[in-house]
Ligand binder design. Structure first.
Ligand code: HEC
Length: 106
């Protein structure tokens, strides 16, 4: 019979991966919507349609062909006329916001 500890490294890896994937998997779209309506819709529109020039149209999926972490970096650091939101939200809120942005495409 093989010693049981043979499986320990794989178990540790599995648990580590499960935790690493956690925030993306548990993104809360409804919370994202609340935050979006409070902080983003003045410029980006309630349905993702731009309210000021130079703003991408999320209802057409503009700028959304990027990974979540890339979009989150832009939200954190700002871009052009868009202010930085670093430190304004909890870490998981950025995932919630991006998850909601992805629902705006029509
Ligand atoms: C003051 C207006 C304003 C507010 C408020 C604002 N944005 Fe923006 N946002 C912009 C503009 C303008 C751009 C285009 C920036 C550029 O390309 O120069 C943009 C671009 C983006 C992009 C595309 C980034 C890219 O890669 O080009 C994302 C994603 C985004 N905003 C998300 C958000 C989220 C989420 C919020 C709320 C937390 C938010 N924005 C609040 C004006 C705003």
């Amino acid at each position: 019979m093989k010693p049981r500890k043979t499986y320990t490294p794989r178990l540790i890896l599995f648990v580590a991966l499960a935790f690493a994937a956690g925030p993306a998997m548990s993104a809360d779209v409804l919370k994202g919507r609340v935050l979006y309506n409070q902080h983003c819709q003045n410029c980006h529109g309630a349905k993702g349609q731009p309210q000021m020039p130079g703003t991408p149209d999320f209802s057409r999926g503009e700028r959304m062909l990027q990974a979540d972490h890339e979009l989150i970096l832009t939200v954190r650091h700002g871009k052009g006329m868009m202010p930085a939101f670093e430190g304004r939200f909890e870490n998981e809120d950025y995932f919630d916001l991006v998850a909601y942005l992805r629902t705006l495409r029509r």
